[in-house]
Design a binder for this molecule. Sequence first.
Ligand code: PDD
Length: 295
Amino acid sequence: MTTQQLCLPTVYLNGNFLPIEEAKISPLDRGFIFGDGVYEVIPFYAGRGLRMREHLRRLQRSMNELAIENPYAIEHWESTITALIERNGGGNVGVYIQVTRGVAKRDFPPPKGLTQTVFMMVNPLATPKPEIYAKGISCISLDDNRWLKCHIKSVALLGAVLLKHESNQGGFDEAVLFRDGYLTESSASNIAAVKSGIILCPPMDNLILPGITYELMIELARKNSMPLEIRRVARKEVKKADELWIMSSTKEVAPIVLLDDKPIGTGQPGPVFKQMYQHFQDYKRSLSAVSAAAE
Ligand code: PDD
């Protein structure tokens, strides 16, 4: 694989913009040794961030959970991200940010006073192709065997990697995860169900990542008077749902039409999904209109 395919050419590492080939990190970095770090993925459309502030606030919360000091003020994050996108030619991109505790002798207790490692790269935003929104995706139910701090956007993602791998090995696009008989989320996305016109949303507790797209979807539903309940959703309710949606910064909101080879509802993207999809696209358009007016 060439580095061109790994990410767009210019990355950011510890204060410098440089070609990806020149970006070097110590093997003793605690991110490499222990997965001791956090990350974010922020979508940009035509150079305009979708909820960048919210992503940066979540990054702060993740760092708080790990007692890693945030090396930058929010304005510094924003200007550095903007500069990195510009250096890579703008467009529709996903910005990946990673902050680790830093480099130290390998020892479990986190030492104090390390210098955090800050890495950022930019990738073309691979939102689903139109046929995904038109036809939907197929998923498998799996037991959520990740740790109990899924609200932290930690780089220690082996649980999610193995679940995603298992779903792909079985010929499915994604996994729908259940813990103790209740819906949690997917390996790298949130999930909501729809029954009798009501959007059913698992609560944002320690068992799921509080997705920025998920929060936006809830906000759009409320703004547009779409009935919604935030509560635990049992496995049998999921199986009998009329619709099932998957959401993330890279997937936006997409319909799941098959679960364990059985149709969800009619086996087609449902009417509530179509309404939400429209609100989401309108929101994206309003973003560029607001930014354009401010320029
Ligand atoms: N994943 N749940 C999990 C476990 C996730 O990893 C993600 C995001 C989400 C959705 O969050 P958001 O709407 O803020 O993107 C939910 C990103 C895209 C990733 O790891 O690449």
